[in-house]
Design a protein. Structure first.
Length: 217
């Protein structure tokens, strides 16, 4: 039986998500004196971290098919939910997830074009239907220039204009996907502009989380 709280963070790479995750953890531990569990996807279990290594392996760049990629993220998630998230929620704990199933819908569904109906079914199965109480989505208007500045480990190598253009188009689809997902479930999502000052963002997130904790206690 579920008693705890699950809060997820979502958004494109390099929008400052990890900073806000750290800030919320700090707020909860230092100011609220709570003991939240932090998990990240892919990863946070022994198996999941190995899957993360496969997904981020430079030697495999461009060689993992979209469906295989989705299955790898889902496999990591299945393990994480069974091993950590579900038992912690049952024990009444507060779980903070740096990415959860909305990332698969946005990246593998909207981004790579895998059927959303199929993705939704797999997502529901591997998460044991555990939906976040709150999902914080960081959005960016200038995602093209941001990604140009800092390509990441999980992205294709940007060694020519065509690949770079493909990557920008992909980011655009993922960003639009996240927004569509959030629009469908407005009560679950807190959508914030990642270009706002870090301090402001951290304050807004802390206020919303405090409200949620109060409501549920
Ligand atoms: P991050 O650790 O910086 O958040 O990066 C994880 C990468 O994995 C990021 O590029 C998004 C991607 N990802 C997916 O494509 N699908 C998923 O389901 C998850 C959890 C992550």
């Amino acid at each position: 039986m579920r008693k705890g709280l699950l809060i997820s963070f979502e958004g494109l790479d390099k929008v400052g998500k990890s900073t806000q995750v750290d800030r919320l953890m700090e707020h909860l531990t230092e100011h609220r004196k709570l003991n939240p569990i932090l998990v990240r996807e892919p990863g946070s279990t022994e198996v999941g971290e190995k899957i993360r290594d496969i997904l981020a392996d430079p030697a495999l760049k461009g060689k993992i098919s979209p469906l295989c990629e989705f299955m790898l993220y889902s496999a990591s998630r299945a393990q994480l939910v069974t091993e950590v998230i579900s038992p912690k929620l049952s024990a009444g704990e507060l779980v903070i997830a740096d990415r959860y199933y909305d990332s698969s819908s946005a990246y593998q569904g909207f981004g790579r074009g895998i059927s959303l109906e199929f993705i939704n079914k797999v997502n529901a199965t591997v998460t044991l239907d555990l939906v976040p109480d709150l999902s914080i989505l960081l959005t960016v208007e200038n995602f093209v220039s941001e990604s140009r500045k800092k390509p990441d480990r999980f992205a294709p190598n940007l060694f020519d204009d065509r690949l770079e253009q493909e990557f920008m188009d992909f980011r655009k689809k993922v960003q639009q996907g996240f927004l569509e997902i959030a629009q469908k479930e407005p009560a679950r999502f807190l959508v914030l502009d990642a270009n706002e000052k870090r301090e402001q963002l951290a304050k807004k997130i802390a206020a919303r989380v405090d409200k949620l904790i109060k409501e549920k206690s």
